[in-house]
Design a protein around this ligand. Structure first.
Ligand code: NAG
Ligand code: NAG
Ligand code: NAG
Ligand code: NAG
Ligand code: NAG
Length: 625
């Protein structure tokens, strides 16, 4: 008799376990997440695949797991996957499914934040520039049908790729965030957030646990909250954890406490001091949160780099334009090049108590000082771009009207009238920085960040006015996201409006750069005036990380073997060096600088040099405090 019962018991259990699906839910009675019916708590860390070379994804995820994190949190960046409307990119660096699968291999679950808006100190908060090409006044992040049509198309491409990777389907994705700190945006359009929720559920199914994240204030949470989507908060170590979670409880009386962005460091802006947060403050706050039973995501566990032209910009509360630097080191536990900081080990010691024993941390990365590189060839920018395609218009065209996402745009105008000496150039629509030249000679700089839009010039009838405009990054946060680039309003000499412009796109993509480099000549004393390209070559025995030091150089963009390392601006700080990942290194390497202002050349012997060094300098002197 007992044997028969036992047999049945085993049989029932066996049938049960084959029918039982993996699932991830919330237990509203016990205020906890449930994984397969068991209480589950996470300490996660943010890493953005779009800020880490894909060859390094595995390494960075290993470091995250070894810190004790049991979950990875990542954004998905729309503009890298759909750079032009309808042209989708999911290969290599953009293979987000590969990144999610790699996280699972490293023993991490995944929290996905597909936006569509992500902020993240990225150009336009991750939105694609071509939305503004279609309509500079598009009502972004609202239920405007014009905007939603594009979001629906994008989610229709993205989400089906991720659906097989949901936890209940055998993958690592346990939760998906809807929008991003939406309560901080003026629109507060609940139809929009409901529409997003419906779209996500349509593609991912009814089971997936959805959540929102907002700053820990009631008005923000009220705007951000979506029915049947779990509301969480975010805050840093300067905030009392119990008070912040109490605000979450007002909106979400039952369920787990969640801090979706706990800041172990902070972001930087060009021209302002480098931000750091002390390990002690981080550990005290994290300890408090964990003792309160909370789930915590460390934003960011590893920041990486905004290579190329992809860093965004902020507007200060006083509307000062503040572009973000290339490095997104963030003073995070895992540095920009993968160094495990003391705060990493302190966090590790603390959180293993909650997430279980972590694997051993990988060794610290090797960094090599390859030494000095001579930049021996150069070509003036205006010479390099000769014979490029020119677009003619009456009024200056914006980047968006040109169909150009990032980079530079050269505007040229031939003066048709006799001018006073000097005459005031007035260009209030410069977005964001302009090198003003007369017949190829730089006369001055206009700058949105510095609010300088006028300069006196000596220019006369027949002279060529050339305005080289740089897009320094579209605004990524706040209510003024419609940040079109180039020259966005008429240009005047005194009161006379200048009509008839020639525009040349300077994208600096690899094919354009290759073409420009066919025009290089040896550097001479006469040939070091900016804006100008410089090129040097160097040998490397190993594929090791290094840092490009630009002492004596002012401002520009650096490329290694065709890869855009990003903007440099040691003249303004705080970032003085650029991270050069070893995976880019070859036996013979080509380093190119596009210097806009002042080349770092020794005029006596025309020696133009940079240094590849073994340590970053991210806290150089800055004009602002
Ligand atoms: C979730 O998984 C647990 C454990 O496998 C199971 O007992 C429970 O019935 C599942 N719940 C749902 C809703 O599938
Ligand atoms: C992305 O990676 C996955 C997993 O390795 C692979 O199956 C898929 O083919 C890749 N996608 C593309 C577009 O290369
Ligand atoms: C939201 O939708 C309702 C019903 O369709 C409509 O009456 C309302 O005006 C919409 N609100 C906004 C902000 O679009
Ligand atoms: C470990 O976690 C338990 C349960 O939250 C807590 O009571 C204890 O203080 C923790 N220990 C340390 C060293 O943080
Ligand atoms: C750079 O050029 C100087 C002067 O020609 C030379 O002395 C030096 O060896 C060169 N350095 C490298 C790394 O090639």
């Amino acid at each position: 008799m007992w044997h028969v019962l036992l047999f049945f018991a085993i049989l029932v259990q066996a049938i049960d376990s084959t029918n039982q699906k993996r699932n991830f839910t919330i237990d509203y009675k016990r205020n906890t997440f449930l994984k397969d019916g068991q209480p589950f708590r996470y300490v996660s860390g943010s890493i953005h695949y779009f800020r880490v070379p894909s060859e390094l994804w595995k390494d960075r995820l290993q470091r995250l797991r070894a810190m004790g994190a049991n979950v990875l949190q990542t954004y998905v960046e729309w503009n890298s996957h759909e750079p032009q409307q309808g042209q989708y990119r999911f290969l290599g660096q953009n293979n987000v499914t590969q990144f999610v699968i790699e996280a699972q291999k490293q023993g991490l679950l995944v929290i996905l934040r597909p936006g569509p808006y992500i902020e993240a100190e990225r150009d336009f908060g991750g939105l694609p520039y071509w939305l503004l090409r279609e309509d500079p006044k598009m009502k972004l992040r609202t239920s405007s049908p014009q905007y939603l049509r594009h979001v629906d198309n994008w989610f229709g491409k993205l989400l089906p790729k991720l659906q097989p990777l949901l936890y209940q389907n055998g993958g690592p994705i346990i939760m998906v965030q809807v929008e991003n700190e939406y309560g901080s945006y003026y629109a507060c359009d609940h139809n929009y957030t409901q529409h997003l929720t419906n779209t996500i559920r349509h593609h991912l199914g009814p089971e997936i646990l959805l959540f929102t994240t907002d700053g820990y204030s009631l008005p923000r949470l009220r705007c951000g909250k979506i029915p049947n989507v779990y509301a969480t908060v975010d805050f840093g170590s300067n905030v009392a954890a119990d008070a912040a979670f109490a605000i979450q409880k007002k909106i979400e009386p039952h369920g787990p406490s969640v801090n979706s962005e706990f800041y172990p460091g902070w972001l930087d802006h060009w021209g302002y001091p480098h931000q750091r947060r002390s390990s002690n403050a981080i550990i005290d706050s994290l300890k408090q949160q964990l003792q309160l039973g909370a789930n915590v995501n460390i934003y960011v566990a590893h920041g990486g780099t905004s290579f190329g032209f992809r860093a965004g910009a902020d507007l200060s509360p006083q509307s000062v334009y503040q572009p973000c630097p290339t490095s997104y080191d963030y003073d995070s536990p895992i540095s920009e090049n993968g160094i495990l900081r003391p705060k990493y080990f302190n966090i590790r010691k603390l959180i293993q108590n909650y997430t279980g024993k972590a694997p051993d941390p990988p060794a610290q990365p090797v960094v090599v000082a390859y030494g000095k590189v001579n930049l021996t060839e150069s070509v003036q920018l205006l010479e390099a771009i000769q014979f490029s395609k020119v677009i003619i218009s009456k009024q200056p065209l914006t980047f968006e009207q040109m169909g150009q996402d990032y980079g530079f745009l050269l505007y040229e105008h031939q003066v048709t009238f006799i001018t006073p000496d000097p005459v005031l150039l007035r260009a209030y629509g410069v977005r964001d920085r302009a090198y003003v030249m007369v017949n190829g000679q730089t006369q001055g700089i206009l700058s949105r960040g510095e609010r300088i839009y006028r300069i006196p010039l000596q220019i006369n009838k027949g002279d060529r006015l050339q305005i080289l405009v740089e897009n320094q990054g579209r605004v990524c946060f706040g209510n003024f996201l419609n940040d079109i680039k180039g020259i966005i309003s008429p240009v005047f000499l005194n009161n006379r409006q200048l009509l008839n412009w020639n525009q040349t796109s300077i994208l600096l993509n690899s094919s354009q750069l290759d073409y420009f480099m066919t025009k290089l000549k040896p550097v001479t004393k006469e040939s070091i005036s900016a804006p100008r390209f410089f090129r040097g070559t160097f040998q490397a025995q190993t594929k090791s990380d290094t840092f490009l030091r630009l002492d004596g150089w002012s401002r520009g963009v650096a490329f290694l073997n065709g890869f855009n390392l990003g903007r440099y601006w040691p003249r303004h700080g705080p970032q003085m060096t650029l991270y050069v990942p070893g995976v880019l290194m070859q036996a013979t390497n080509r380093l190119i600088l596009m210097e806009l202002e002042q080349a770092g050349c020794d005029r006596s012997d025309t020696l133009c040099q940079v240094t590849l060094t073994d340590s970053p300098i991210l806290d150089g002197p800055t004009p602002y405090s």
